[in-house]
Design a protein around this ligand. Structure first.
Ligand code: IMP
Length: 191
């Protein structure tokens, strides 16, 4: 059976393909379909945004759809960047620009900068939504380390680790990541 994961983010796609690698499901992505108009993610929560993505893509292609919305929540910044994680430094901001802004904002606060990644994963087949959420707790450091992963990974050290997510292999990150855990939950609820 084919599932369409509503993403163009290769980092996310690799993580989710890994979660479903020993199932009968083939995970397609938006790269396998004609370009889609920009989806306005105006939900107040990760779950609302993930549902908006899943429904929009299902309505276009009529393939059972997986979607996620995720982001970083930093304690000292009252949960920022939150649902604005991808566009913290502005629309279409690069990971570099977002990371730089985060470090600038945190320079006013003492370490440790406790934070968590949150992921809401959603399945939608035109009839029902299934939602599963999970987190990864840790802290933000003051310099970029590692080239793996994406987004804020080079700045984030998960609880119990001494290296950043950017220094973990995909296999290592997938054991602890908010996204892998949320999609594993979804997989269990459903299949
Ligand atoms: P989304 O595509 O709307 O879910 O936005 C997710 C944004 O949150 C990404 O662009 C990253 O900035 C950040 N993010 C989410 N998950 C991760 C992760 O696993 N590592 C690093 N950054 C992440």
């Amino acid at each position: 059976m084919k599932l369409l994961f509503a993403t163009t983010n290769n980092g996310k796609l690799k993580e989710v393909r890994k979660v479903f690698s020993e199932t009968a499901f083939t995970i397609l992505s938006l790269a396998d379909f004609p370009p889609v108009p920009e989806i306005i993610e105006d939900g107040a929560t990760f779950a609302e945004n993930a549902k908006i993505k899943a429904k929009t893509i299902y309505d276009l292609f009529h393939v059972p759809t997986l979607a996620d919305d995720s982001g970083l929540s930093v304690d000292q910044l009252n949960g920022e960047p939150g649902v604005f994680s991808a566009r913290y430094a502005g629309e279409n901001a690069s990971d570099e620009a977002n990371n730089k802004l985060l470090l600038k904002k945190l320079s006013n606060f003492p370490e440790p900068h406790y934070a968590k990644f949150v992921c809401s994963s959603v399945f939608y087949d035109g009839e029902k939504f299934i939602v599963a959420e999970d987190i990864m707790v840790g802290k933000i450091i003051h310099e970029l380390r590692g080239v793996n992963g994406f987004g804020y990974d080079p700045l984030f050290i998960a609880e119990g680790f001494s290296v950043t997510n950017g220094e973990l292999s995909l296999e290592e990150k997938n054991k602890i990541s908010h996204r892998a855990k949320a999609f594993n939950r979804l997989k269990k609820i459903f299949w």
